[in-house]
Design a protein around this ligand. Structure first.
Ligand code: NI
Length: 183
């Protein structure tokens, strides 16, 4: 089953998401999140993007069709980024909740993260490059931060009209979305 993806302008995307109680059965939700993400050709999806303000996101790098991303499939429950380090690099990001907009965002190239998976097993791992970037983008989502929040106010002002149109549903997408300002 797929969920509609919440579009820019919905307050759920601006909220800091809640911790999930240890032991909660997440199997079905996680499966549906992967299905929703794959259906939209995404590589990451955070729970707030399907309207659930909880600290959970899923990633599957396979859609990038790059060798080192093929096995990068993870479920992050109640994650904590312990450290972000190394030099910053810019990369053009996009987001399933903000279709048609892509902008350069600077982020640290490495991070260390502690998280649980859907079976409540604990992990601590280091990631770099594109893997770290996807994690940082998704982690931002559960903090109520969108990639466009990293842009200069000048850049944001230039995007304002486009963003309003996205909130209203005046945008062409080939996956199911929920638009906060659609009449
Ligand atoms: Ni996103």
């Amino acid at each position: 089953m797929t969920y509609p993806i919440v579009a820019y302008g919905d307050p759920v995307l601006k909220k800091r998401a809640e911790e999930i109680e240890n032991g909660t059965d997440l199997k079905e939700l996680v499966e549906n999140m992967f299905e929703t993400m794959h259906n939209a050709q995404g590589i990451g999806l955070a729970a707030p993007q399907i309207g659930k303000s909880i600290r959970l996101f899923v990633i599957d790098g396979a859609a990038l069709e790059e060798e080192d991303m093929m096995d990068f499939k993870r479920v992050f429950v109640n994650p904590v980024i312990l450290e972000e380090f190394d030099e910053e690099w810019a990369f053009e990001e996009g987001c399933l909740s903000i279709p048609t907009i892509r902008e350069n965002v600077s982020r640290n190239s490495k991070l260390k993260i502690k998280y649980l998976d859907e079976n409540w097993n604990e992990h601590e791992e280091e990631f770099d490059g594109m893997k770290a970037r996807i994690i940082q983008h998704e982690y931002d989502h559960i903090e109520g931060i969108l990639f466009i929040d990293h842009l200069s106010s000048f850049k944001k002002r230039l995007l304002k009209g486009k963003l309003t149109n996205i909130s209203k549903g005046n945008v062409s997408v080939d996956y199911r979305m929920k638009f906060p300002l659609r009449k």
